[in-house]
Design a protein around this ligand. Structure first.
Ligand code: ADE
Length: 248
């Protein structure tokens, strides 16, 4: 998987993508990450990438030419996606991460400050993606969120002990609570079952906790889960959880 990021701040990308799991995937050649600065594609003394808006108003607007040339410098692969990060785009989610993880190449355009010339969208036809209903100063954090979420889905990027995909059951549910040593901390004890060594009971307890957390924190996700084809075991857990909820 090749990620190319057009950004005025390549150091932001390089720093994040050299750390932790994303950095390791890159080192192991599961991904390559290249930040490309549109300033490299300017000809004037000041290496200008933005200008005042036509029609007046505050702020500066990213110009077409350095952006187009930066995009054209990338050797486009067949199975590639061009994304522009903008608060007005479709909101990024796990399904999109799954979809992007099957690409050979993802190219990102990061806007900054006030915005970019509309002809970048009209001429390059990127997919417009937002990472949430808030306004950032630039698209870099958005690109990093997508790179991170996609990288961890690529085969080999997570070690066996880091994998969070625990069968289909957990896909539409929140995670169960985790605990590590010590077994008692400031008077707070870990659930007994986790000390029992009984793997089947522990697995069932975890699934139940996942369902409970989802009902309480994300009823919208839970509704989606309930609509799914559930296994006999899942139906059983659901019944038990609904009894607990009914009693609360
Ligand atoms: N650029 C500015 N705000 C953004 C957001 N919410 N998502 C993606 N890119 C952005």
């Amino acid at each position: 998987m090749e990620f190319n990021i057009i950004t005025l701040f390549p150091e932001i990308i390089d720093f994040y993508c050299s750390s932790s799991i994303v950095g390791r995937a890159r080192k192991n050649n599961i991904t390559s990450v290249n930040a490309i600065n549109p300033r490299e594609f300017t000809n004037d003394r000041h290496r200008t990438v933005d200008d005042t808006p036509y029609g007046g108003g505050a702020g500066m607007v990213l110009m077409c030419d350095p952006l187009f040339k930066a995009i054209e410098s990338i050797e486009k692969k067949q199975n590639s996606e061009l994304i522009i990060l903008t608060p007005g785009g479709e909101t990024f989610n796990q399904n999109m991460a799954q979809e992007f993880s099957s690409k050979e190449q993802i190219n990102f355009i990061c806007g900054h400050y006030e915005g970019f010339d509309q002809r970048i969208i009209d001429g390059l036809q990127p997919r417009e993606v937002s990472i949430g209903d808030f306004v950032l100063t630039g698209g870099e954090l958005g690109a990093l969120c997508i790179i991170d979420a996609v990288t961890r889905l690529l085969p080999g990027s997570l070690g066996a002990d880091e994998s969070t995909i625990e069968e289909s059951f957990s896909e539409d549910l929140l995670e169960y609570p985790h605990y590590t040593r010590p077994a008692e901390y400031r008077g707070m004890h870990i659930p007994e079952v986790l000390l029992s060594g009984h793997h089947a009971n522990i697995a069932k307890w975890r699934k139940k906790q996942s369902v409970l957390a989802t009902i309480k924190k994300r009823p919208d996700l839970f509704e989606k889960f309930r609509q799914k084809q559930l296994t006999k075991e899942e139906k059983e857990i659901l019944k038990e959880v609904e009894e607990i909820i009914g009693e609360e």
